[in-house]
Design a protein around this ligand. Structure first.
Ligand code: ARG
Length: 459
């Protein structure tokens, strides 16, 4: 007789290739903890409802605990012939405790079982990633506090735009990561309903207590519709969407680190701990961790696209297509987790070249807006006129191969006679950043306050 639970109406076993394409144990063994937790909750509920005896439940409980210890110790033999983690554990339980194990699957199907296991796994993954995001945010806020007054070039179109502070730049990523964390929390809340007890697709005739199993497994409530329960993978998709947005943020940051480290910029340095050399070019120091954190985004977006494609056009309820939900999620979690850790390492490691930052911040007529603002404030010029006059001054400076602060007063007055010496006070990068005191602006005072606020929230 077939060992497989569904062997009753079959004479022969599956073809080798059938087994190869059908089996999921090579990857879903990752769900063993969740599978055992789900079975424990289910068995306890069955006993409480009088569906199985308390003796059977006690045997199941001890048997599952022993199996958990075997898996933990690495002595459990996973078998491809037994398809998946659910069957592997149930067959082992039967070998250990006999008859009682064969009652465990009452009022349950692998369809609601796997949906439950996977939700539990994703829920744990969310908690792990939230902790990593939190830790990265903290590293960023610490570095931001340290660099609240460090002036660096702010860019638009990757062209020098206006001076900003390095701390302000780092805190921008704290804001992004805070939204990522918020999205993960939201996804967790929506995910936190228990499909167990939906059985194959229609519910069950046994007097089960789905509220009890939901509670035992830490879910807020049971899912409301049995068809939806076994065929919904929104929770995985929402999770992957959130990871995709987070990975996009990490990828933008990675690219900035790569640019900042590049020879022409040299705004930051990464130490030996976070760079690699070249086997031929002895001078090289490459930011590989940033490059890989950026590239891992491909896997994460791919996981989302892949699972969306698996799910599209799938009629209700369960179909084996859905077994393809796990690997992309596992892979995306491994990728984001490594990227977050590497990013935190780089943030803690990087050294700012303050002189280079300040020099670049002052290049490219970056205080032109400050000059225009002065014309508005002091000469009461309309901003549009001030913009035009400043444009003429920039042109003059360009012609003289000078920057704005090195023009003479006579040069200035050749364009606008009312300009006085006072104007030179606003043309330094320090004066520029110090003036940006509007809420959310880059002024060192603002940045120090924001960094402190974040450190307090993250403590
Ligand atoms: N290994 C399966 C999966 O991952 C478990 C559910 C199997 N259910 C079924 N009716 N064949 O989706």
């Amino acid at each position: 007789k077939s060992q497989l639970q569904w062997g009753g109406r079959f004479d022969a076993g599956p073809a080798e290739v059938m087994q190869a394409i059908n089996a999921s144990i090579s990857f879903d063994s990752k769900l063993w903890r969740q599978d055992i937790a789900g079975s424990q909750a289910h068995a306890a509920m069955l006993a409480k409802q009088g569906i199985i005896t308390h003796e059977d439940q006690a045997a199941i409980k001890a048997g599952l605990e022993a199996i958990a210890a075997e898996i933990e110790a690495g002595t459990f033999e996973f078998s491809e012939a037994l398809e998946d983690i659910h069957t592997n554990i149930e067959v082992r339980l039967t070998a250990r405790i006999g008859e009682a194990a064969r009652r465990l699957h009452t009022a349950r199907s692998r369809n609601d079982q796997v949906a439950t296991d996977f939700r539990l796994w994703v829920r744990d993954a969310i908690d792990g990633i939230l902790a990593q995001i939190h830790s990265l945010m903290k590293a960023l806020a610490e570095r931001a506090a340290e660099h609240a007054t460090t002036v660096m070039a702010g860019f638009t179109h990757l062209q020098t735009a206006q001076p900003v502070t390095f701390g302000h730049h780092l805190l921008a990523y704290v804001e992004m990561l805070a939204r990522d964390a918020g999205r993960l929390q939201d996804a967790r809340t929506r995910l936190n309903e228990c499909p167990l007890g939906a059985a194959a697709l229609a519910g069950t005739s046994f007097p089960i207590d789905r509220h009890a199993t939901a509670e035992a497994l830490g879910f807020a409530r049971p899912t409301a519709n049995s068809l939806d329960s076994v065929s919904d993978r929104d929770f995985a998709l929402e999770f992957l969407s959130t990871l995709s947005i987070c990975a996009m943020h990490l990828s933008r940051f990675s690219e900035e680190i790569i640019i900042w480290c590049s020879s022409p910029y040299k705004l930051i340095e990464l130490s030996d701990a976070f760079t690699t050399g070249s086997s031929i070019m002895p001078q090289k120091r490459n930011p590989d961790a940033a490059e890989l954190a950026k590239a891992k985004t491909g896997r994460i977006f791919g996981a989302l696209t892949g699972l969306l494609t698996v799910m599209k056009g799938l009629p209700m309820a369960y179909a084996k297509d859905m077994q393809e939900d796990k690997e992309p999620v596992f892979d995306a979690v491994a990728a984001i987790s490594l990227s977050l850790a590497a990013m935190e390492g780089m943030v803690r490691d990087m050294k700012a070249n303050k002189d280079r930052m300040e020099a670049l911040a002052g290049s490219g007529f970056s205080t032109a807006t400050d000059l225009a603002d002065w014309l508005v404030r002091v000469l009461k010029m309309p901003f549009r006129d001030a913009h035009h006059t400043t444009g003429q001054l920039v042109r003059l400076a360009e012609d003289k191969n000078s920057d704005l602060s090195h023009l003479t007063l006579a040069d200035m007055q050749s364009v606008e006679p009312r300009i006085t010496n006072e104007i030179f006070e606003v043309l330094t990068v320090q004066a520029s950043v110090a003036s940006r005191v509007s809420y959310g602006g880059t002024a060192p005072a603002n940045v120090a306050k924001q960094a402190a606020l974040w450190l307090e929230r993250l403590a």
